[in-house]
Design a protein around this ligand. Structure first.
Ligand code: 6LW
Length: 518
């Protein structure tokens, strides 16, 4: 059991008394946000790729403070992710909507299931079994209903098909709708009836530095669509803004009548080309209307908050003592979480992990982690490895991870970067549980020290008196999306490679600004 009382939750990092909030509103790998409103409650869903459970669902009352209330795909029957699922495969962009008193979510499981719909009357779950929609030939499906009750599914390309959302059956042949404003990969469509017009919001330019959002409008859900003369209505391409790759958004009209855009962006650091390490995050920006077109307000790290009473959730648990019989929804595993490999009951008060594969290099590894949500974090875990091997890892994918692991009575750091693997630093342990620690510090370049790396990752163990003993200090660029490729960001968690790995507690502390001593 823990040897010290859990720390006070950190100050709310999102908003301050002077009516501003800090962007991102949902830090860490939470890309492709889709938002809907029911009265004064807001709900948001994000992509989740090869992680299980999939499609995190968030709730807010002010568009700034978001609390994860569950995952839409939290049963293997909803989300089969076999070992053949590539990293950054699996669940791509969802669309979350509320219609006729129910919540509807449509997404894609690539390449296994294609397009699927789940529905519920409680967004915290459980959600239904998937309804497959075979007629949709592309990712990024959207759902919109017209006043006659027709359900229009619009998808990347940009194409569209009218469907029956209860059966997934196509009611017509798909049609091409719009090819965007000239950017590559027109995708992420969302269709809205606003006033007497239909608006088609899309992303284009690719999800990297060329990313942007464009919009068109027309008299009907099938168009014809007239592009906005000011397209793209949001992009940071070719700028030196600290937030880059802005795109893939969803519009929402707040209950006070104001309009807002939730969208993805990244916070690259280090020398050129800049590396983002915690994935594509969810950002918020105000929207006004001019001549019947939306105008997105400037996007900055600190912005004026919506004029709604801030709902100050208790900050999500930063420490988990595993004293419950189910894992909190923030915990994610790689592709699957078999009960015989991940248990909260085998050793009450401990999380017990048993191997599915020998190492993090393999797609079937047993791993339970949380998205790194801040640029500077300290993650600690008290771990006991009984006749086996396992520890605490910073994972991007099978080819890119750093870990401090225990094997026998030795703690060692292993780094995997592409085809290269190396053991770096080791230390004998006295036996019994050990506290493993990972710290990341965003680099602060200065004239006399133009540091190239985005951050530094330190891995090691704690002495009995709590002093940190780093066994390795590594350049964080090799755990960045620019190096690894794909669509995800770092996840920090425990893994088992052999035997049984018991975890007493996991403690996360994160800050986006202060480079202070943790
Ligand atoms: C998603 C597409 C995109 O399906 O990246 O940035 C893809 N936009 O819309 C994966 O997130």
């Amino acid at each position: 059991m823990p040897t010290r009382p859990p720390p006070e939750p950190p100050e709310d990092p999102i908003s301050s008394a002077n009516g501003t909030f800090s962007n991102p509103v949902i830090g860490g790998c939470h890309p492709d946000p889709s938002v809907c409103r029911v009265a004064e409650d807001y709900y948001l869903a994000c992509s989740s790729f090869e992680y299980f459970p999939g499609v995190p669902i968030f709730h807010s009352r002010d568009l700034v403070h978001w609390r994860q209330i569950g995952n839409a795909l939290d049963r293997p029957t909803q989300l089969p992710l076999p070992e053949s699922t590539p990293s950054s495969g699996g669940v791509y962009a969802p669309t979350l909507r509320h219609h006729d008193g129910r919540f509807w979510l449509i997404t894609s499981n690539v390449p296994h299931r294609g397009t699927l719909i789940v529905t519920t009357d409680d967004p915290a779950g459980p959600w239904s079994e998937p309804i497959l929609v075979p007629a949709v030939p592309a990712i990024d499906p959207d759902l919109a209903w017209d006043d006659e009750g027709n359900c229009w599914c619009t998808f990347a390309g940009i194409g569209q098909v009218r469907i029956d959302p209860m059966t997934g059956r196509a009611l017509e042949a798909p049609r091409r709708l719009w090819s965007g404003a000239g950017g590559q990969y027109p995708e992420a469509p969302h269709l809205y009836k606003i006033g007497d017009l239909w608006y088609l919001l899309i992303a284009e330019g690719g999800t990297e530095r060329g990313h942007g959002i464009s919009i068109a409008r027309g008299p009907s859900p099938t168009g014809p669509f007239e592009p906005c003369p000011a397209n793209p209505i949001l992009t940071h391409r070719s700028t030196d803004r600290p937030i880059q790759n802005t795109g893939h958004g969803d519009l929402v009209r707040a209950h006070d009548g104001s309009w807002w855009l939730l969208f993805l962006g990244v916070r690259p650091r280090g020398g050129t080309p800049g590396w983002h390490v915690i994935g594509r995050e969810t950002f918020l920006a105000p929207v006004t209307w001019t001549d019947g077109w939306p105008v997105v307000g400037e996007v900055n790290p600190v912005m004026r908050a919506p004029a709604m009473p801030p709902a100050r959730w208790p900050v999500p648990p930063v420490r988990d003592d595993f004293a419950t019989d189910t894992l909190a929804p923030q915990w994610i595993s790689v592709r699957s979480r078999a009960p015989e490999r991940v248990s909260l009951t085998e050793r009450p008060g401990w999380l017990t992990l048993r191997p599915g594969a020998r190492s993090l290099d393999e797609p079937g590894v047993t791993f339970v982690g949380r998205r790194q949500a801040h640029l500077n974090v300290r993650v600690r875990a008290k771990v006991e490895v009984a006749h086996g091997r396992g520890g605490l890892a910073v994972r991007l994918d099978e080819q890119h991870h750093y870990a401090v692991e225990i094997s026998g009575r030795t703690a060692r750091v292993r780094a995997r970067i592409g085809p290269l693997e190396q053991s770096l630093g080791e230390r004998p342990l006295p036996g019994g549980p050990a506290v493993l620690r990972v710290e990341t510090r965003a680099s602060a370049p200065s004239p006399d020290h133009p540091r190239q790396e985005p951050d530094v990752v330190r891995l090691g163990v704690e002495e009995d008196d709590g002093r940190f003993l780093p066994l390795a200090e590594l350049d964080g660029r090799y755990l960045s999306t620019e190096v690894a490729g794909g669509f995800t960001g770092r996840v920090i968690g425990m893994f088992a490679g052999a035997g049984a790995v018991h975890v007493d507690w996991y403690d996360y502390e994160g800050h986006d600004t202060a480079l202070h001593d943790f």
